[in-house]
Design a protein around this ligand. Structure first.
Ligand SMILES: [Zn+2]
Length: 123
C-alpha cells in the first residue's frame, strides 16, 4: 500500500500517543494528590462533626474515569499502530471495508468504518 500515507498516519499516531501519555501522567499525579488530600481531610475531620469526605471521593472518581478513558484511547492508538505494521491499517477490522481517508484524517486511531462504529462495535 501507499507507504507515504502510512508514514503520515504513523506520525500522527505517535504524536497522539505522546499527548495521551502526558495527559495520563498529569491525571495520575492529580489522583495521587487527591488521595493524599483525602487522607489529610479524613484525619483532620476525625475529631470534628460534619466535614465533606464525599466531595473528594466524587472528584477522585471523576479523575479515575478520565484515566480509564485515556487508557482506552491509548489502546486504540496501539491497535492502529499494530494495524499499520500488519498492513491492515485503513480497512475496517470488522467488515474489511476500506475506511475513507477523511475518517482516518479525523480519527487516525480508528479501526472501524462508520457503519460498524454506528452498529455499536467499540473502536
Ligand atoms: Zn466495517
Amino acid at each position: 500500500m501507499a507507504a507515504r500515507t502510512d508514514e503520515k498516519h504513523r506520525r500522527r499516531l505517535r504524536k497522539e500517543r505522546g499527548e495521551l501519555e502526558g495527559i495520563l501522567e498529569a491525571l495520575q499525579g492529580q489522583l495521587r494528590s487527591l488521595v493524599d488530600e483525602g487522607r489529610e481531610v479524613a484525619e483532620s475531620d476525625f475529631s470534628e462533626e460534619g466535614g465533606d469526605p464525599d466531595g473528594g471521593v466524587v472528584e477522585r472518581d471523576r479523575v479515575r474515569a478520565r484515566i480509564a478513558d485515556t487508557e482506552e484511547h491509548l489502546r486504540q492508538v496501539d491497535r492502529a499502530e499494530q494495524a499499520i505494521e500488519d498492513g491492515t491499517y485503513g480497512t475496517c477490522r470488522v467488515c474489511g471495508t476500506q475506511v475513507p481517508e477523511e475518517r482516518l484524517e479525523a480519527l487516525p486511531w480508528t479501526t472501524l468504518c462508520v457503519q460498524c462504529k454506528a452498529a455499536g462495535h467499540s473502536a
